[in-house]
Design a protein around this ligand. Structure first.
Ligand SMILES: Cc1cc2nc3c(=O)[nH]c(=O)nc-3n(C[C@H](O)[C@H](O)[C@H](O)COP(=O)(O)OP(=O)(O)OC[C@H]3O[C@@H](n4cnc5c(N)ncnc54)[C@H](O)[C@@H]3O)c2cc1C
Length: 569
């Protein structure tokens, strides 16, 4: 059996920032376990930037303004004590990244450059052209190597073993040779990213964003918080959903309907294209619904126009955007507007965090950080640039918290861990041998289509109840799946089967939370309840899974300074 003091599951920004911190503690044996090679994690795809009130571009910016923008962006569902902690920590975190060697773009005075982003009252998004996530991820990875952090790459978390609300260890597969291992540990950080692949074909997310850690925690009895809040990014490429970063609008891009009109004037007259994502996504879908989009049905779109920015600015500030548009839409944004439509981008909900200073969960020894977790600082709608900031602040504090946990906890029980590893070994064998049953891909596509049409940008009771019925049926069908691959090594069909099972469990939580929330708030827009209802729903959703039972509860929102008011942009 493998033994570590600390296991970090996930090699993305949150995971390796946590690893860097935890491994500073002398004598702690820390390992990062990741299903992809760390620098291929989704953090590497973050284009636009990371928020911190450095007040370089705008001397009137402040931590207080960042605080208020985030509270307002969250539609008052974010916990204000956590948000204050987050925004106050950000400037130092950026200087730390700078000192690690992150090559941030610079302004004319040589300071870190900042650009405007949606929902922000000052330009505070620090960036490195449109490759911010890539450079941060690589720099953090180099720092981990320098510090001697161990990595188990292409290892897949199968189960988090918890006994009486105490963490014992985990079971994981070495994808390369198909071996299944029990891993005994004192404490863990789950940092496995989001689950936008739930909407399979209409998402900006990579194929590996399937919520494995969130589902493992959910299965181990840890609630998911606010799962109904799904962010749709306004500018996904029309045909693939691939992201055209918010930096496009930050740099001055226009959104046009089929009549060439800058339609945001109707929805956010002051902020125009720089309204928050929930609002801009709804505006685009409304234009399409009311016949001012281009094309029909699922293929309809509006245009993102960058041409007036000029060749120099596009090449300097948005080079990756240009490449993506050329590769996936066969057009050059210097000369042509880009067809775009909202695409599932980010999960505001996730593993319930009980103490944001240590990123701890209700289970002793289990910490979580990054997109898989819900602190909650994003509430009902995340602001662009605040997720990269989230993974850095809370990744770091998860590292501190897990080190402390590991020093105060005993290792897990080896017998229990071996028993669970044995179960998974037998399950893998059964699935390799099985030759008939339901196809995983059919379940996946039905889930994604059902969610897009019934639990998408606009929602109604009738459609969501229908979606829940379909998901319940899919959960049953899933029990009779077959994977069609008997390989021992690199059995990606088995991995994909587990991933789809994870997405299904979380899809049920998303839909349940959305049906129960009879109001419109942030990204959750109900046509049958169009108003925000603070009297009944200024509270977090908590869903707990026990066996096949899903239980819904609520938790108060922490309000310290800013009382809810109408959100205007
Ligand atoms: C295209 C795109 C652009 C974005 N741009 C921005 C931006 O400009 N600014 C911003 O603030 N936010 C942006 N975001 C959001 C932000 O990038 C993500 O929320 C953030 O990077 C998530 O980081 P993470 O560390 O939580 O997860 P990830 O970077 O997704 O890492 C997850 C890790 O977990 C591992 N893992 C998953 N499952 C398992 C398993 N079963 N076993 C073992 N390992 C596992 C993966 O291999 C990976 O290493 C963007 C998102 C997208 C999709």
């Amino acid at each position: 059996m493998l033994n570590f003091d600390v296991v970090i599951v996930g090699g993305g920004g949150a995971g390796i920032r946590a690893a860097l911190e935890a491994s500073k503690e002398p004598g702690l044996n820390v390992v990062v376990l990741s299903k992809t090679f760390p620098t291929r994690s989704h953090t590497g795809a973050a284009q636009g930037g990371i928020n911190a009130a450095l007040a370089y571009k705008d001397p009137t910016d402040s931590v207080e303004k960042h605080f208020l923008d985030t509270v307002k962006g969250s539609d008052f569902l974010g916990d204000q004590d956590a948000i204050e902690f987050f925004v106050s920590n950000m400037p130092e975190c950026i200087w730390e990244l700078d000192s690690f060697g992150v090559p941030f773009s610079r302004d004319e005075k040589g300071r870190i450059a900042q650009r405007p982003f949606g929902g922000a009252s000052s330009p505070r998004t620090c960036y490195s052209a449109d490759k911010t996530g890539h450079v941060i991820l690589h720099t953090l990875y180099e720092q981990c190597l320098k510090q001697g952090v161990k990595f188990l790459n292409e290892w897949f978390l199968l189960e988090l073993v918890v006994e009486k609300e105490e963490f014992q260890g985990l079971v994981a597969m070495n994808i390369r040779n198909g071996e299944i291992h029990a891993i005994c540990a004192r404490a863990v950080v789950i940092a496995t990213g989001g689950f936008g692949r739930m909407y399979w074909n209409r998402t900006t997310n990579a194929f590996n964003m399937t919520g494995d850690g969130t589902a493992a925690a959910f299965e181990a009895g840890i609630p998911v918080k606010d799962p109904e809040f799904v962010q749709f990014h306004p500018t996904g490429l029309a045909s693939t959903g691939i992201l055209m970063s918010e930096a496009c609008r930050g740099e001055g891009g226009y959104l046009l309907n089929k009549d060439g009109e800058r339609f945001m004037a109707r929805y956010a007259p002051e902020k125009m294209e720089l309204g928050p994502r929930d609002l801009v996504s709804r505006a685009i879908e409304t234009e399409i619904k009311e016949g001012r989009g281009i094309g029909q049905g699922i293929n309809a779109y509006v245009l993102l126009d960058l041409r007036h920015l000029g060749e120099k600015k596009i090449l300097e500030r948005l080079p990756q955007i240009r490449e993506l548009a050329m590769d996936f839409e066969n057009l050059d944004p210097i000369k042509d507007p880009i067809p775009i439509r909202p695409s599932c981008h980010y999960m505001m909900g996730g593993i319930h965090i009980t103490d944001f200073r240590t990123s701890s969960t209700p289970v002793q020894g289990v910490h979580a950080a990054g997109e898989c977790a819900c602190v909650s600082i994003h509430g009902a709608n995340r602001l662009g640039g605040n997720s990269m900031a989230d993974i850095i602040v809370f990744g770091k504090h998860a590292g501190l918290g897990v080190a402390e946990s590991a020093m105060n906890r005993a290792p897990g029980d080896p017998a229990k861990l071996e028993k669970r590893a044995q179960y998974w070994q037998e399950h893998f064998e059964t699935m390799r041998r099985k030759t008939t049953g339901k196809k995983v891909v059919t379940i996946r596509d039905t889930m994604a289509e059902t969610l897009w049409y019934n639990v998408g940008i606009f929602r109604t009771e009738k459609e969501m109840v229908h979606a829940l019925e379909v998901i319940n049926q899919l959960l049953e069908d899933y029990q009779d799946c077959y994977i069609g691959d008997s390989s021992q090594r690199y059995n990606m069909a088995f991995i994909n089967y587990i991933e789809i099972g994870n997405l299904l469990k979380l899809a049920k939580a998303v839909t349940m939370g959305a049906i129960a929330r009879k109001e419109s708030r942030g990204s959750h827009a109900r046509e049958d309840y169009p108003e925000r209802d603070d009297r009944n729903f200024l509270k977090h959703t908590l869903i707990t899974k026990t066996g096949s039972q899903y239980k819904l509860d609520y938790l108060p929102v922490t309000i310290t300074k800013y009382q809810p008011e109408e959100r205007r942009y």
